[in-house]
Design a protein around this ligand. Structure first.
Ligand code: FAD
Ligand code: DLZ
Ligand code: SF4
Length: 520
């Protein structure tokens, strides 16, 4: 190793061999630093599988780099000298290696980026922070796009990304199939006999087992089941998971994207978000594979367009929105929602069958699919007026794919309307009817989805009107939702009061969560 090498810290969600900070570097002049630190593992009490996933993927990635001839300085959580923070570990590594410069790719999260921005003042050597070009759209590009727009409509952004990548585009600049967005074809309710092919399971190897022992010991009071642990932790396994999706599930991904079935949180979804967010899979490569599946006749356009839209549309848009709106987004609460998160979000103990199933899969798998996160769990938090900070913590903790850059806009702006409607043009509020249409939950629920008020009524029904009524001032002028108030106004006063009383009765009996589930 040359003296005064370049020190390249690689964070836990930067596990990509072509990372900007490694590109163009020579192996005899570079020391890669990877750090397991208490600050990251405990600033919220992440699900046990999330910690296992990240540490195991980090250790496998470090081995892969070492096998390829890189010098990797890997600090384990249990290292007695571990300072517990990124900054502390970079300082210790700087003492060990006396680098002439530190090169790091910008952090995904605002909180971590704030720490990195202090490094030039803290360290004697030069610090270079590189853009994370694993995303298609840079912060500056998103800012330019957003400037002077009244509404930051995802659909407009998505079309820009389609043009930029050429994905599903004809040579004349028009979208393949003639339409940009085929979402209207992607709302099939579940069928009786669907039998989606099982998602591949990846049995823990020795490295993962060692971390599972660590997690069982050190993080035993964190939420979630540690076993069975089935997530891919290497690029090879992540690619096997992608192969299985493209071979078996993409065909029906589109139509059943919004369908919910009791006991199933994978359905025809890709289950690739953990690998994509860690950096094990490249989203653009996945989109190109999806397009090829369409060209080869292996998947219909609505499935392929839907998948590509999630990745180059929603995922990129969400990240751009996060960086545009931080730090204010984290404390936005435009609907002034102040109710505590109910305890059943941690225990799953509720008679609401839809919620208890989504919380079960969250506890067992550190996963729930999009429509469960949005229209069951999210819809409940919106209608019940749960405080955004508590909802944000919950989502960040419980999902194995959760990092603040992707969790926060989805929670604060998409489900809670806490930003006042800059991301979502209307709140995603729905009564039990929507859940009944799109799932098999209601038929065996203790509540009746057809009952509107009273003890046995599906709680979503009165909660929906309670929400609409209490936010009338803000929502009545919204042209996408305002006409709902004419239905409310047509009801007689006794019926309205019955709705409001039922909702209030339900809200009053919710037991607030013990705060120690979330932090410290
Ligand atoms: P698929 O259904 O197969 O979708 C394909 C890919 O599209 C996903 O892997 C993901 O990378 C991307 N994607 C889809 N929707 C979104 C979206 N709204 N935002 C960003 N990317 C998207 N996704 C996360 O990766 N991390 C989170 O912390 C997260 N929190 C969420 C919180 C809420 C309230 C909601 C409504 C959605 C959240 N999502 C989050 C988005 C989405 O639910 C998950 O990406 C998806 O369920 C992961 O499963 P999958 O890989 O099978 O996804
Ligand atoms: C989520 C997480 C956890 C639990 N632990 C670590 C860790 O010990 N070391 C690390 O490099 N990264 C960890 N991460 C992921 C980081 O929080 C992630 O890299 C930041 O969110 C990026 O901004
Ligand atoms: Fe959920 Fe209501 Fe259906 Fe029960 S009846 S499963 S609470 S939507």
């Amino acid at each position: 190793m040359a003296s005064n090498p370049i020190l390249v810290p690689i964070l836990g969600d930067q596990l990509t061999r072509t990372l900007a900070s490694l590109r163009g570097r020579t192996k005899d002049d570079t020391v890669i630093l990877m750090m397991e630190v208490w600050d990251e593992a405990t600033y919220v009490k992440h699900h046990k599988q999330k910690i296992t996933l990240i540490f195991s993927a980090m250790r496998h990635f470090a081995d892969e780099l070492s096998d390829a001839g890189w010098s990797v300085d890997y600090v384990k959580l249990t290292d007695p000298d571990n300072s517990g923070s990124f900054t502390g570990e970079v300082a210790r590594a700087a003492e060990r290696h006396d680098p002439r410069a530190i090169h790091i790719v910008e952090a995904g999260e605002w909180r971590v980026q704030q720490q990195i921005e202090e490094w030039p003042d803290k360290f004697a050597c030069e610090v270079e922070v590189l853009p994370d070009d694993r995303f298609l759209c840079s912060h500056a590009e998103f800012k330019d796009w957003a400037e002077d727009r009244k509404h930051l409509t995802m659909e407009h952004f998505y079309r820009e990304m389609r043009r930029k990548t050429g994905l599903l585009m004809n040579d004349d600049g028009k979208p393949k199939g003639g339409e940009w967005n085929l979402d209207k074809l992607n709302r099939e309710p579940p069928k009786e006999e669907m039998n989606p092919p099982p998602v591949p399971n990846f049995d823990p190897d020795e490295i993962t087992r060692e971390i599972m022992d660590l997690v069982a010991d050190q993080f035993r009071d964190h939420f979630g089941d540690l076993e069975p642990f089935r997530w891919p932790v290497t690029r090879d396994d992540a690619e096997k998971a992608a192969d299985a999706f493209f071979a078996q599930r993409i065909e029906k991904f589109g139509p059943y994207q919004d369908a919910m079935v009791h006991g199933s949180d994978d359905m025809y979804h890709s289950m690739l978000s953990t690998s994509i967010n860690l950096g094990l899979l490249d989203p653009l490569e996945l989109c190109e594979r999806a397009e090829k599946a369409y060209e080869d006749g292996a998947a219909p356009l609505n499935s392929v367009e839907g998948f590509i839209r999630q990745l180059i549309g929603w995922r990129e848009y969400i990240r751009g929105f996060y960086w545009l709106k931080m730090p204010g987004l984290a404390s936005d609460n435009k609907l002034n929602a102040q109710r505590a998160l109910p305890e059943f979000f941690w225990t799953g103990e509720t008679d609401m069958r839809c919620l208890s199933d989504c919380i079960r899969s969250t506890r067992e798998d550190a996963h729930a699919h999009h429509i469960q996160r949005l229209m069951v769990l999210g819809n409940f938090c919106l209608l019940a007026g749960i405080n955004p900070r508590e909802v944000q913590d919950w989502y960040l903790i419980v999902y194995a794919d959760a990092y603040e850059w992707v969790e926060l806009p989805n929670v604060s702006a998409m489900i809670l309307y806490a930003d006042g409607g800059e991301l979502a043009t209307k709140p995603y509020a729905a009564s039990g009817n929507y859940i009944n249409k799109m799932s098999d939950y209601c038929k065996e629920c203790r509540y009746s989805v057809s009952k509107k008020t009273g003890e046995d009524a599906c709680p979503f029904n009165p909660l929906y009107w309670h929400f609409m009524d209490r936010h009338r001032d803000r929502l009545a002028s919204n042209h996408r939702i305002g006409r709902i108030y004419s239905n409310w106004d047509r009801m007689d006063n006794a019926k309205k009061q019955a709705y409001l009383d039922s909702a209030q009765g339900f809200l009053d009996q919710l037991e607030p969560a013990d705060k120690s589930w979330a932090r410290g």
